[in-house]
Design a protein around this ligand. Sequence first.
Ligand code: G6Q
Length: 514
Amino acid sequence: MNNIDLAALSDLDRPAHLRDLFAADPTRAERYVAEAGDLRIDWSKAAVDDSIMSSLLGLAASSGVEERRDAMFAGEHINLTEDRAVGHAALRMPRGSTFTIDGENVVPAVHEVLDAMGAFAQRVRSAGTIRHVVNIGIGGSDLGPAMAYRALRADRHPDIRCSFVSNVDGADIASVLADSDPASTLFIVASKTFGTIETLTNARTARDWLVAELGEAAVADHFVAVSTNAERVAEFGIDTDNMFGFWDWVGGRYSVDSAIGLSVMIAIGPDAFADFLAGFHLVDEHFRTAPLDRNVPVILAMIGVWYANGLGHDTKAVLPYAHDLARFPAYLQQLDMESNGKSVDLAGARVQNDTGPIVWGEPGTNGQHAFYQLLHQGTRIVPCDFIGFAHGNHEHQQHHDLLMSNLFAQSEALAFGRSNDAEPHRNFEGNRPNTVILAERLTPSVLGQLIALYEHIVHVQGTIWGIDSYDQWGVELGKELANQITPELIDEPQPDRHDSATNALIAWYRSHRA
Ligand code: G6Q
């Protein structure tokens, strides 16, 4: 392997056009494919050749990717700015295995919570009184369960539906309450800190609504909490007997496989939830043990580093050809952008290279009729991840064949294009890189595998960029200012605290609010 540094990436020779790479190497479609668990990952249409891959894998080795991966699995405090271990992989370890954090094997405690969740979920599923589960959370305490609930439509209990309330905009809770019957609704207040203003505001509104309808005594049967902060849960008025815990070594955006997934477990049942966790674990084991040159999260991460720092691509599209994965791009947006949207390295110095990409996407085929024009003929190159399945979770085979033919066609068209010198507006230059991830079917296990794959890609890229992928200080300033401004909208404005533009906005709102 070639040893280069990150800064040298932009000096490497660009690979040939994908058409020429394929023409020169009839084995490319076989060599640039690997399996991780049940996922088949094909990066043959990525903008790389053997020489670039060798440099990238050399960079991974010299940047300590293996060491930092091992440090994570050893429970070391690799989240430096918060001085915490990064233990989400422990959440999906089989019973009886070991993951040590701060001198303690945490796996027994993980399974204790899973057992409690399982017993509770089973009671809710069989009792027949609860028909609507409302998860109130935001960010990491919302996106994961909301995405997974939607993705696992085919596995859900037929008579229990879930809703997800996150936005402090009253329209969110209002629309869910308008569609709820208090006697058959269970609220899960999901908040790691139990201090998040949006979640507490929504939870209070929901609590008031329930009490107004059924009386204070009903709270015990209709509210549970998921949190690391028992004191605040009790203060809010939820009995800590009705609380499912987790730990500070689980980051919000890495928590769908903790008690934060309770709504998903109620929907799909404890056994399917165990399959979901087993799926994560399969890919964890692949990431932990595969050599760098067969390690799919490492390979995809390094290709992403090449796009960001070698070729200067700013964004990345995630395009699931599965309507049930409609929220997957939004989920990955948080996972990736909150983790690697950083400009300061672990030593506190300004980074010298671009870090995480802007992640976006929509399911196919909808996106094709919207933004794919730019993907095919725009001036900007957007590397794409396509995700598809051999079987749809429905009975409409014709739809599925059409869907998958579109995925294959888009991947082909982007990579190879079609020349038309006579009519430039019909010319497709191709050479637009993409990766194709396939699996038999979108099951709980496969969903877990997909999430773990992206988690580890983010981890490896954070290592290369030398940043802390596990903190999120960038969300603090806005929160702090909002807390200052809230009383100014109602009581006295404090113009000394703000710039003239902000003061004008506050003044406008005050005069119109009145
Ligand atoms: C995720 C972030 C953030 C967090 C929310 C909700 O990694 O930390 O999105 O999940 O701010 O926080 P609480 O769960 O503490 O309410």
